[in-house]
Design a protein around this ligand. Structure first.
Ligand code: KIV
Ligand code: ZN
Length: 523
């Protein structure tokens, strides 16, 4: 499919996914190189039209990830972000060299507030930069997107002048982002309608919406933008993104599908993969999906009250406006226990939407067997936690090898921890104010670091005292934060796994910003 010149009257909407760029920018959502490739592959299979793979100038890591994604993705366009600086644009062009369908997305702030305080430039300087940045990008690729950052707080005359100049210089997509999540549906529709009417060459470009969710209006604003004539939607899986996030891809797409009667726009998304995409992004970012989240939350298709259950049994449409199957939630049939073999386990994973490589499958199967020995009933949620844990921790430099904890009223609580750091086993005993503190002190001694623990949260994956524990941890270092999860039937082991997972992520983040800081471990 082509991403150009479908014209604003066509009903085909381009789905531009920015999970790997705006999503990855959200505090704590760092993904490793391998995780980014995995997400990119899934987005391509899901049918998104454009994958915004990163911000190549931001770091060596971002550049490498965008280049690798450009090389492997064959169907979707692959896009790299660049500010209005030639070095940014050239870096994006370099990263996209091997893409089948490369796109450079270049932006500059156009609102009075951003121009004055952020850019410290007057409007005429900004106006000159618009043509210059687009022309520079067109030297690299034919498909150039230009964004008016803080577009919804930009004066209309200036916005129209800039849009006209960008199109004249060769921009094929014009994005008017609601950068700070400030607009309302009526206002956003009006902005697109007005710009399209007033800019003489507006028919030469596709207009795009990009909505942040600060007021919880991102999806509503996105749909309103379509009414105003936009035909590209920028969104992310699970709605992750700066601050309160971006419009959630799964919500926008299911709104379009379920209410096609009033939203007559088509797209290419295979909706039965939405749940799988949500789970993958949640696992690699360690951002939990809120239970009542639309479309992909655990309760999105659950009915507990008697009245609702009764209605559902008579006719599912009484309380369901879309089928669980349409978003990839299937009624699972295989019950798993300690007698289940490898093949049944593999089929179960497939049924749940996971496809693991042989090594990951083998590791997950071993952990499943251990769990089934300890637990009477292994629920789907248990398998989900275990596999997410396995995916999330694949390829980590530091892993938990062994942990023994002495706890109870007699104190001091003591933890003896063995870690594998780059293939070397190291052991430390430490005491603490409680068993978790003792474990974290042992980790500190083995992996010295200056990060502070900002969040420690435990939740039980299922009911019962034998339920698996899932621990979430957020660490912050020099203003950068990472979040990670660990799962295990033993809460203390889950805590150690989560802390170590967060440290692994932090090392990746350090490498992205300061390559020389990669060696922060004491082995
Ligand atoms: O929110 C925003 O304005 C952005 C731009 C870079 C498009 O993410
Ligand atoms: Zn954004």
């Amino acid at each position: 499919m082509t991403t150009q010149s479908t014209g604003s009257n066509s009903d085909r909407v381009i789905i531009f996914d920015t999970t790997l760029r705006d999503g990855e920018q959200s505090p704590g959502a760092t993904m490793t190189f391998e995780e980014k490739l995995e997400v990119a592959d899934l987005l391509d299979a899901l049918g998104v039209d454009v994958i915004e793979a990163g911000f190549p100038i931001a770091s060596e890591g971002d550049f490498e990830a965008v280049s690798a994604i450009a090389k492997r993705v064959k169907r979707a366009s692959v896009c790299g972000l660049a500010r209005a600086a030639f070095k940014d644009i050239d870096r994006a062009g370099e990263a996209l060299k091997s893409a089948v369908r490369p796109r450079i997305h270049t932006f500059i702030s156009t609102s009075p507030l951003h121009m004055k305080y952020k850019l410290q430039k007057d409007p005429e300087e900004v106006f000159q930069l618009v043509s210059a940045q687009v022309s520079r990008a067109r030297n690299w690729v034919d498909d150039v997107e230009w964004s008016a950052e803080d577009g919804t707080r930009t004066e209309m005359d200036f916005l129209c002048r800039c849009v006209e100049a960008a199109i004249k210089a060769g921009a094929t997509t014009i994005n008017i982002p609601d950068t700070v999540g400030y607009t309302t549906p009526e206002e956003y529709e009006y902005i697109f309608r007005t710009v399209r009417e007033r800019v003489p060459n507006s028919d030469k470009a596709i207009f795009s919406v990009h909505c942040h969710n600060d007021l919880g209006l991102a999806v509503a604003n996105t749909l309103a933008g379509l009414k105003g004539g936009a035909r590209q939607i920028e969104c992310t899986i699970n709605g992750i993104g700066e601050r309160a996030g971006n419009a959630a891809l799964e919500e926008v797409v299911m709104a379009l599908r379920t209410r096609a009667d009033v939203l007559p726009y088509t797209n290419n998304i295979e909706t039965s993969m939405l749940t799988r995409a949500s789970k993958l992004v949640s696992a690699v970012t360690s951002f939990p999906v809120q239970y009542n989240k639309a479309i992909v939350g655990r309760n999105a298709f659950a009915h507990e009250s008697g009245i609702h259950q009764d209605g559902m049994l008579k006719n599912a449409q009484t309380y369901e406006i879309m089928t669980p199957e349409s978003v990839g939630v299937s009624k699972t049939s295989l019950v798993m226990g300690k007698h289940s073999g490898r093949n049944a386990f593999r089929s179960k994973l497939k049924e749940m939407g996971y496809e693991l490589g042989e090594n990951a499958l083998e590791d997950a199967f071993k952990r499943f067997k251990d769990l089934a020995d300890k637990k009477k009933i292994v629920y789907d949620e248990d398998i989900e936690a275990l596999v997410d844990d396995e995916i999330g921790h694949a390829g980590e430099r530091i892993t938990v090898e062994a942990l023994t904890v002495i706890a109870g009223t007699m104190g001091p609580q003591t933890a003896t921890l063995t870690l594998d750091i780059d293939g070397n086993h190291v052991t430390k005993q430490a005491t603490g104010n409680g068993p978790v503190d003792a474990i974290f002190n042992a980790i500190h001694a083995l992996v010295p670091h200056s990060a502070t623990l900002e969040l420690y949260q435990v939740h039980a994956v299922t009911e019962g005292t034998d339920a698996q524990a899932e621990v979430s941890i957020r660490l912050t270092e020099e203003g950068k934060s990472v979040t990670a999860k660990g799962a295990d039937p033993d809460t203390l082991v889950a805590s150690a796994r989560a802390y170590i997972a967060a440290l692994n992520k932090l090392m990746v983040k350090r490498l992205k910003t300061k390559p020389e800081a990669m060696t922060g471990t004491a082995s």
